[in-house]
Design a protein around this ligand. Structure first.
Ligand SMILES: [Zn+2]
Length: 131
């Protein structure tokens, strides 16, 4: 794990929470504008879940509809768990410390910029979402 000060850890945590809230908002809006009562009801429930795991709720949704946001919410949950476990901020490919600025901009990043570029090139045709 990259060595973070308490202050840096707090900032990363804040960035993760901020992004998660933003995604939950997006999911809620998408559900609310779907015009289907089932989803509008779900959207109402999402509002109450702001800081909790939305995994169960999401499991109840049409995956294709909120796919991108759902994937990112899960990435945020995984990143929060890594941060709590002290296993955060190192590139999964080369092991180098990921710069703090990148982590604050993309708190779910698991690769340094160089490895991410290689990864995207490698998987460009697989249609995987990337940072
Ligand atoms: Zn790397």
């Amino acid at each position: 794990m990259a060595a973070f000060t308490t202050d840096e850890t707090a900032k990363i945590k804040q960035a993760l929470e901020q992004r998660q809230r933003q995604l939950i908002e997006e999911i809620r809006d998408e559900l609310a504008s779907s015009g289907e009562q089932h989803y509008i009801d779900l959207a109402g429930r999402v509002t109450d879940l702001a800081d909790e795991s939305v995994a169960d709720l999401i499991a109840d949704m049409d995956a294709a509809m909120v796919d991108r946001q759902v994937i990112e919410v899960r990435e945020i949950e995984a990143a929060s768990a890594r941060l709590a476990a002290g296993d955060f901020g190192s590139c999964v490919d080369c092991g180098a410390d990921i710069p703090l600025a990148r982590l604050l901009a993309y708190p779910t990043a698991v690769r340094c910029t160089a490895c991410q570029a290689v990864h995207e090139k490698t998987y460009a045709h697989a249609g995987n979402p990337s940072l």
